[in-house]
Design a protein around this ligand. Structure first.
Ligand code: ADP
Ligand code: DP6
Ligand code: CO
Length: 356
């Protein structure tokens, strides 16, 4: 008996221009374009195995070893259905292809980092899911086509199908056919760029991204200003900064956009607070580091950004990493007073113990 099984893994991505707001909640079409960096090390990844078998009675999913319901008409069901439709096309063209589209699937996924804690588990999770089913079904599709499917699982997931610097172009069409991710530049274009992930808390967030952004769309006037008058120019400017490897501009825009995203969360009714005191202290530390560096004529050294949670991601160039890691560890050592776990991961060629 043949075994039809495939495993795929996808890393998280951390946005510099944040996606926050849907114009279509079913298709997951955003109210603004966004741009992120996909992390390339093994610290923050989802690994998903999918198996199709004639004996399976329904589609089933296990997340970190616990079974999760696949809700009818829900995001997971939509992604699986889209991929089965593409498999049918393969079977229609090739009479020898096994009829996997008629079998149910069992899917098992593990995250090697906290789930639903503001570290983008929905991004790596749905990207890995879509990639594993695409592999199982031997689909002849481009990463952008897969990204359109991953988008319907979790918006941010569409960007994790690419490495390096990635834009999710919001598109204008009602059917979502022009809303998918594209590569802005591969990681090799700017290999000096690193991301430090500072885990301030690995608790599950109080307000999920999905619920939070929906409330923002319904209640925040600031969001309307942001999507019309702020994000389009920032998207253009940050793409140019990446192309030119202009860290000062990249960092300035990244920090501005993190700040505005959290301002928009605060402008939501009732307000949403994703950052905590530790998050704000890390911002103060980076601001002071940059102030001193700019005053000394050396330019900006680090850019903080926060997703829907208290954990900091710090973008920095390789030659400044050691200083930033030391500084961060000095102010927020493992045993620090906040009684929060605080660990540090480095993206790029090194991990903290073996930095340049
Ligand atoms: P995060 O900040 O971690 O992305 P979200 O609130 O956006 O948090 O999404 C968390 C949800 O994403 C989880 O409750 C789960 O439904 C889904 N998810 C997380 N990891 C995976 C995975 N590996 N496979 C499938 N779905 C996942
Ligand atoms: C703050 O992609 O998790 O991380 O589409 O509802 O699943 P859903 O939301 P999700 O939102 C991510 C929000 C963010 C910013 C970003 O990643 O761009
Ligand atoms: Co998410």
């Amino acid at each position: 008996m043949a075994v039809y099984q495939a495993t795929a893994s996808a890393p998280v991505n951390i946005a510099c221009i944040k996606y926050w707001g849907k114009r279509d909640t079913k298709l997951i079409l955003p109210t603004n374009s966004s741009l992120s960096v996909t992390l390339d090390q093994d610290h923050l990844r989802s690994t998903t195995t999918s198996r199709a078998d004639a004996s399976f009675e329904k589609d089933r999913l296990w997340l970190n070893g616990t079974e999760e319901e696949i809700k009818e008409g829900g995001r997971m069901a939509t992604c699986i259905a889209e991929l089965k439709t593409l498999r049918k096309e393969v079977e229609a063209k090739d009479a020898h292809a096994p009829k996997l589209s008629t079998f149910h699937v069992h899917i098992s996924s593990f995250n090697n980092f906290p789930t639903a804690a503001g570290l983008a588990s929905s991004a790596s999770g749905f990207a890995a899911l879509v990639a594993s089913l695409a592999q199982l079904y031997a689909l002849p599709v481009t990463p952008s086509a897969l990204s359109r499917i991953a988008r319907q699982g979790s918006g941010s997931a569409c960007r994790s199908l690419f490495g390096g610097f990635v834009a999710w172009e919001m598109g204008v069409k009602a059917d979502g056919s022009d809303s998918f991710a594209v590569e802005v530049a591969p990681q090799s274009h700017w290999p000096e760029m690193h991301a430090l992930i500072c885990v301030v808390s690995d608790d599950k967030k109080g307000t999920s991204s999905t619920a939070g952004m929906q409330r923002t769309v319904q209640t925040s006037e600031l969001l309307q200003h942001r999507i019309k008058h702020v994000v389009p120019a920032r998207m253009d400017a940050i793409k140019k900064a990446i192309t030119a490897k202009d860290f000062d501009t990249f960092a300035t825009i990244t920090m501005q956009d993190s700040n505005q995203f959290h301002a928009v969360a605060l402008d939501t009714d009732p307000p949403i607070f994703y950052m905590n005191d530790v998050s704000r202290s890390i911002i103060a530390l980076i601001v002071e580091l940059n102030r001193a560096s700019v005053a000394a004529g050396k330019g900006i050294k680090a850019a903080y950004t926060y997703d829907a949670g208290p954990n900091a991601v710090i973008y920095a160039l390789q030659h400044n990493l050691r200083e930033i890691v030391n500084l961060t560890m000095t102010y927020f050592p493992q045993s620090q007073a906040f009684n929060d776990p605080f660990s540090l991961y480095a993206k790029g060629q090194g991990v903290p113990g073996e930095l340049p």
